[in-house]
Unconditional design. Sequence first.
Length: 241
Amino acid sequence: MAGHSKWKNIQHRKGAQDAKKGKIFQKLSKEIYQAAKDGGTDPDTNAALRLAVDKAKANNMPNDNVDRAIKRATDSGQGADYKEVLYEGYGPSGIAVLVYALTDNLNRSSTNIRVAFDRNGGSMGEKGTVNYMFDRKGYIAISRENLDLDEDDMLMQVLEAGGEDLETSDEVFEIYTEATDFAKVRDALKEAGFELDQSELTMIPQTTVPVPEDKVSVFEKLIDALEDDDDVSDVYHNADI
């Protein structure tokens, strides 16, 4: 992961995502609802629910929305059963793209996602097409603003918490963990007094592919089309824009 900055991609997408807050909240509500329905309504004993709630908080989702989604999971007869599905494909210039969907209609999801690929310079592949190019990791970002800590001191904190790697820029410390260690590292850093700007389980590309200047626009249209789909919960890629 040395040299890879997930934070760059987060900031690059932030403006587009801010314009779609309502839709993002709807998707987060669905994730919280399904996690609570599958594993119970207590985030302390339901790891999937805690991840979903943390993701919602990172996106500034109001607490009332979170509470409603959890309550809906306990109300008999309400809501659908959603299944998580992974779609894989290529964008322009051979960029690998992973699409996670949470859907109650597999036919609708697969059709919509295939159309998004086909209309925006990409192609949807079979299972296993690009998944092997990514590693499941925990990711934590901590802003350096008002933080009197240099890289060496932060690295000691990360290693003591059980983290795997640290990337540093002028703006942020980026911490990577094994997926199985993510919750432990996150909680240890919180207990040490750090405020986490981002914390999630994610897919990190093993290598990145530079996007030619004349392909940036069509690639961003592909990502926008995928993220705009109501069933899509996460999109990952190995593009270096």
